[in-house]
Design a protein. Structure first.
Lengths: 289, 339, 285
């Protein structure tokens, strides 16, 4: 026996440590303490500052700042464009994932890596590139102008930027689920007489449902908050192509901090709702497992 | 090192994993903790190791109370179920780990460590494999590395959690003999957890049978097999035909089946008869033989009583031809417990 | 369904025309959304030749922006790596109530708009903020200065490494650590000798994604930076200024440099995924 062990007589139990040992692995108290401290200092307390600042406004001032007509227009654009972009990503995201998981084709490795480009490319770079492409004389814009479509400096442009930003969220959320869909379930469906379409419609798509919804929600949430890729292509015209995050910046530039905080509170509220929704979808999908 | 477990209790949330467990283990003993999954056997082993800490009760190593001492301070050797070998270290580095971590005067010299690793590799018959990585070994070899790593620190107690669980049947049997040999060679007090009764009965000096966080019985393999103290032990250790019936005037009756039950109070009861305790007897119970299955020197007979109750009989291969059609059998020995 | 092809087809395999159609659609979509913008950056940057592009990224302002971006990443990434390791050790190797809530809170910065991320630090450290006056008294500048840029970058990249490490370390379980501890290893020794080698690839993966975002962050940094040329401009902010001044070639030249960073990140990430398939879990953000 080493000297470290307690040598109390057997009849009297060893003194209980002040804090009951929970685990044989050391470092719990220190690491949890550091984690909570940093989390509070970097994330939680600064976030609380928004609510506290917004609370300095009277209710009517708050409504005037957060729900002015201009703000409503910005919310409509922000949420509307994020929704449309998420729908389009939902469709093409499933197709892309299907091709990446199920098919073999030349250049697949490159395509697979490229899907993550929006994660790796600085948003400002994406913003100026898209603005240049869709400008009336740009590579793509020149074909749209004769058709009477004005993509850049328009809500369409905002949507295009959000499609770029949101795509990997959908693909990377569905991908593991699609990969895990075992071939034998499909073979079983086929052996029971289901046609290919019926198998896709009744077996594959329902199994992808929760992951698809999660990916959709993640893409939507990211789109709502997005700033860098949007402002260059949006044109930023009040009531028309001005997004909500830009409103915060405008308020800040006028030193109206409380008004900026009021708009931020609305956006944070939507973020938290999305977070709750995503957690709920994931909890719901776990019943299959 | 003697080990005493005194009224140890441990709850996970509201689920009681150990419920007033008492256990005394003598120096140099090889003890098996046997039970179904969820019976608390692994929790008990981890409590002895210092990987879990009890809510109440005491753990003594010799005369010392180690209830809240760390695993390292207890100097236990622990063999994990999946071995927990360090994947990025060679076999030799794995075995030397417990010596390498020591500091100052306690740390052996490089040469001493190398010598100890060599000796241990020889002991478990892995000489020459010291420079391999765990991924380059078979399951049985990994298990032996885990065993020698645990022995390297010259532990006061060797603890093994389902040491053969992840191996296939042939390797398992040969490693069982190996563990017994290593135990006899080192003389270290050894406790291992298993859910395999054959393993426990073959290997251990004594077997502790756990059920729902309690020790139901502790004794030599012979004792727990021949004199089980509870229906759980009787059903869990060894094969048994189980009958539900009643006891009246020292006799157990279940449909057409009836045998003596001395000392059991009248009322509802369960009776057990081991397959090898059923012998041909003209005064016995009439059964029809469905199937005879020969296995080595023994034969298993599947039969059915008049009331449809299924009955298993084990006999010698030489006697097997006598078990056909309608036969009469009676128990040489039986166990009856009040229900 | 369309006519069956002559050759027998496995029931879970799609007909050739479906494959071609799907791959074609996907190629068209990805080409429009991903490849064209990337190509446009390089085309615009090289419009007036390589020399002009190179000159644009070696002006003193550009070099200052590159330096600030590197400094910011060099602080934010190790900080978040240390935090990630700390949080993962507490969460993955121990059991405690409230674990799920803690993971959600660590994830929180993912769902906060970068602009709001910048705003919160302005509210805390800005002139009108909680500590504004005492900061002025001590002549400490956080907002419109480098510390604010670093703080905002830490916030937006906060969950990256933790989110990579927590599931990885949960999956690896605790028995190797228990084995080490039971043989007398200290907590730190166990971490360096046993845990760290097991998570190094996952850590590298997280660092890669964290670094890409740290160097590329725009919205949050834009709010706290003040856009002082040569002093508080990071590369993405420098791109914005040049673009707004209609100096497109220069803007796209600096952007091309950032594109190269993204491409290198993607290549390294793909190589890691092929060599160490275990690293790919939680998914990047």
């Amino acid at each position: 026996m080493t000297a470290e062990t307690l040598s109390a007589p057997p009849s009297t139990p060893a003194r209980r440590p002040l804090f009951r040992r929970r685990s044989a692995i050391p470092g719990f108290g220190v690491t949890l303490g550091v984690t909570l401290t940093i989390l509070s200092l970097i994330v939680l307390i600064p976030l609380a500052a928004v609510a506290i600042k917004a609370a300095t406004l009277s209710p009517s001032q708050f409504v005037a700042a957060a729900f002015s007509e201009r703000a409503w227009a910005a919310y409509r654009l922000t949420f509307g464009a994020a929704f449309v972009a998420a729908v389009i990503n939902g469709l093409f995201g499933v197709l892309t994932t299907w091709a990446l998981v199920r098919y073999e084709f030349p250049g697949k490795t490159v395509i697979n890596a490229l899907v993550d480009l929006p994660f790796a490319l600085p948003t400002a770079v994406a913003g100026i590139a898209l603005a240049t492409l869709y400008a009336p004389n740009g590579w793509i814009g020149q074909f749209l102008t004769p058709l009477g479509i004005k993509a850049a400096y328009n809500p369409i442009g905002v949507t295009i930027a959000l499609i770029f930003i949101g795509l990997p969220f959908v693909v990377r959320t569905i991908e593991p689920v699609m990969r895990d869909l075992s071939a034998d379930v499909e073979e079983a469906a086929a052996s029971l007489g289901a046609g290919r379409l019926a198998t896709i419609w009744r077996i594959i798509l329902p199994a992808l449902g929760p992951a698809w919804l999660t990916g959709f929600a993640l893409a939507f949430a990211r789109g709502v908050g997005e700033y860098g890729s949007v402002i260059f292509i949006a044109g930023n015209m009040p009531y028309k192509s001005e997004i909500a995050p830009l409103l915060i910046i405008i308020q800040l530039e006028q030193f109206e901090y409380a008004n900026a905080a009021a708009i931020a509170v609305v956006m944070l509220g939507v973020s938290f709702l999305m977070l709750l929704l995503i957690n709920a979808i994931q909890a719901w999908s776990r019943r299959f497992v | 090192m003697t080990i005493s477990i005194r009224s140890v209790e441990k709850k996970f949330g509201r689920y009681p994993a150990l419920n007033h467990v008492d256990l005394e283990i003598a120096d140099g003993e090889l003890v098996a903790l046997l039970g179904p999954s969820g019976s608390g056997k692994t929790t008990l082993l981890r409590t002895i190791a210092g990987l879990e800490f009890p809510d109440a009760g005491q753990v003594l190593f010799g005369a010392e109370d180690v209830t809240f001492a760390s695993a390292a301070a207890r100097r236990v050797g622990f063999v994990f179920q999946q071995y927990a070998l360090f994947k990025h270290m060679t076999v030799a580095k794995n075995i030397a780990f417990g010596l390498d971590v020591r500091k100052g005067a306690e740390k052996p010299s490089k040469a001493e460590i190398a010598k100890r690793v060599d000796d241990l590799l020889k002991l478990v018959e892995l000489d020459g494999l010291g420079s391999r990585y765990p991924s380059q070994l078979s399951g049985g070899q990994r298990q032996r590395v885990a065993l020698s790593r645990a022995l390297a620190v010259q532990p006061s107690v060797l603890l093994l959690d389902e040491p053969f669980g992840a191996l296939d049947a042939t390797v398992r049997r040969s490693l069982r003999k190996e563990l017994r040999r290593v135990h006899d060679a080192t003389g270290v007090t050894t406790i291992f957890v298993t859910h395999d009764q054959e393993e426990a009965l073959e290997l251990a000096d004594r077997v502790a049978i756990l059920n729902a966080g309690r020790i139901e019985q502790i004794g030599t393999p012979h004792e727990v097999h021949d004199n089980p103290v509870s229906p759980f032990v009787c059903g869990f250790v060894g094969e048994a035909n189980r009958f539900e019936g009643t006891v009246s005037g020292g006799r157990f009756t279940s449909g057409a089946v009836s045998f003596g039950a001395n000392g059991v109070r009248d009322g509802a009861a369960v009776g057990f008869v081991r397959p090898h305790d059923l012998v041909l007897d003209d005064g016995g119970l009439e059964v029809r033989v469905d199937r005879v299955h020969v296995q080595g020197a023994l034969a298993s007979v599947s039969a059915r009583a008049a009331d449809g109750h299924h009955i298993e009989i084990t006999t010698s291969r030489a006697d097997a031809p006598r078990f056909s059609g309608a036969i009469k059998v009676a128990p040489r020995m039986s166990h009856v417990y009040p229900a | 369904m369309a006519a069956q092809p002559a050759r027998a087809r496995h029931p879970t395999e799609d007909p050739a025309w479906v494959k071609v159609l799907v791959i074609g659609l996907v190629a068209l979509f990805l080409g429009l959304v991903l490849i064209l913008p990337l190509a446009a950056v390089f085309a615009e940057a090289l419009r007036k030749g390589v020399d002009v592009a190179l000159a644009a990224i070696t002006t003193s302002d550009a070099l200052a922006a590159i330096k600030l971006t590197l400094i910011t990443a060099a602080i934010a990434v190790p900080f978040n790596a240390a935090f990630g390791l700390c949080a993962a050790w507490a969460i993955a190797k121990h059991d405690f109530p409230g674990k799920a809530l803690l993971i959600t809170l660590i994830d929180l910065p993912f769902s906060v708009s970068p602009v709001v991320a910048g705003l919160i630090y302005v509210l805390v450290f800005g002139l009108q903020g909680w500590f504004g006056e005492s900061l002025i008294d001590h002549d400490i500048k956080i907002i419109f200065a480098v510390p604010g840029i670093v703080l905002a970058t830490i916030f937006v990249t906060f969950p990256f490494i933790a989110r990579e490490l927590i599931p990885l370390m949960q999956e690896q379980g605790v028995s190797e650590e228990e084995a080490a501890v039971s043989m007398g290893a200290s907590g730190l020794y166990t971490f360096w000798r046993v845990t760290a080698p097991n998570v190094r690839w996952g850590l590298l993966y997280g660092v890669l994604l964290c670094n890409a975002r740290a160097m590329g962050e725009f919205g949050a940094v834009s709010v706290v930076s003040g856009h002082i040329r040569g002093l508080t401009n990071t590369m993405p902010l420098h791109v914005e200024i040049l673009y707004n001044e209609y100096d497109f070639v220069a803007a796209f030249s600096v952007a091309a440099l950032l594109c190269l960073l993204a491409v290198v990140t993607l290549v390294l990430k793909s190589v890691l995924e092929i060599v160490q398939p275990d690293v790919k879990r939680g998914g990047g953000h």
